[in-house]
Design a protein around this ligand. Structure first.
Ligand SMILES: Nc1nc2c(ncn2[C@@H]2O[C@H](COP(=O)(O)OP(=O)(O)O)[C@@H](O)[C@H]2O)c(=O)[nH]1
Ligand SMILES: [Mg+2]
Length: 200
C-alpha cells in the first residue's frame, strides 16, 4: 500500500455514537502493550502517529484512521490491564460489542498476540468472543524480533495451539522493530478486503 495520506478521523469513547463509515474497516484487537499502536504506525509508515503508550490500558477508545480516503484502520481498546475497574471492563466490552455488531463495513479483525508467550486467559477469551461474534480473526504474532529465528515455528505453534485456532486461520509473525511481516499484512488487506473497483 502506498500511503498518501492518513487522518485520525474519529475517536469513540463509551458513550459515543459510532461512525457510519462508507469505506472498508480493518480492526486490530489485543491486550494492552501487545504492540497494536506500533503495528498501526508501521502500516502507516509513521513513527508515532498512533500513540505508543508507556502507560498501557489508558486508551479506552476506538480510533479510526482514515487511509488514503480508501479505508480505515481501526484501533480497538486493549484488554487485560490490571488497573482497570470492573465497571470499566464492562463498559469496554459493551463498546467493542457495539462496534463489532454494528459496523456495516468491518471486513476483518486482526488479533495481536505476543509471540514470546503462551496466549493468556484473556487472549483466549478475546479470541473465542470474536469468533462468537461471527468473525474469523487473523492472528498477528507480535514482537518477532524478541525471539531467535530458530524458535519462530515453535512459538507460532504454541500460539496456534494455545488459542485452539479454527483450522486454516492465518498467523503472521510481525515486528515493529524490523517491520518484518508488514508487507504480508498489507498484501492480505489489499487482496482480500479492499474493494478496489470502488476507488477507480
Ligand atoms: N521489541 C519490540 N517492541 C515492541 C514491538 N511492538 C511494540 N513494542 C513495544 O511494546 C510497548 C507497547 O507497544 P504499543 O504499540 O504501545 O502497544 P499497545 O498498547 O498494544 O498499543 C512499547 O514499548 C513498544 O515500543 C515489537 O515488535 N518489538
Ligand atoms: Mg495502543
Amino acid at each position: 500500500m502506498v500511503i498518501k495520506n492518513i487522518n485520525l478521523e474519529t475517536v469513540c469513547g463509551i458513550t459515543s455514537v459510532l461512525p457510519d463509515n462508507d469505506k472498508p474497516e480493518i480492526a486490530f484487537a489485543g491486550k494492552s502493550n501487545v504492540g497494536k499502536s506500533s503495528l498501526i504506525n508501521a502500516l502507516m509508515n509513521r513513527k508515532s502517529y498512533a500513540r505508543i503508550s508507556a502507560t498501557p490500558g489508558k486508551t479506552q477508545t476506538i480510533n479510526f484512521y482514515n487511509i488514503n480516503e480508501e479505508m480505515y484502520l481501526v484501533d480497538l481498546p486493549g484488554y487485560g490491564y490490571a488497573k482497570v475497574s470492573e465497571k470499566e471492563k464492562v463498559q469496554w466490552g459493551k463498546l467493542i460489542e457495539r462496534y463489532l455488531n454494528g459496523s456495516a463495513r468491518l471486513k476483518a479483525i486482526f488479533l495481536l498476540i505476543d509471540i514470546r508467550h503462551e496466549p493468556s486467559a484473556n487472549d483466549k477469551m478475546m479470541y473465542s468472543w470474536i469468533v462468537g461474534q461471527g468473525f474469523q480473526p487473523i492472528i498477528i504474532a507480535t514482537k518477532l524480533d524478541k525471539i531467535k529465528r530458530s524458535q519462530i515455528q515453535k512459538h507460532v505453534k504454541m500460539v496456534r495451539e494455545g488459542l485452539d485456532l479454527v483450522p486454516g486461520t492465518k498467523i503472521i509473525p510481525f515486528s515493529s522493530a524490523t517491520k518484518q511481516g508488514r508487507d504480508e499484512i498489507w498484501e492480505l488487506i489489499e487482496s482480500e478486503y479492499l474493494d478496489r473497483a470502488e476507488v477507480e
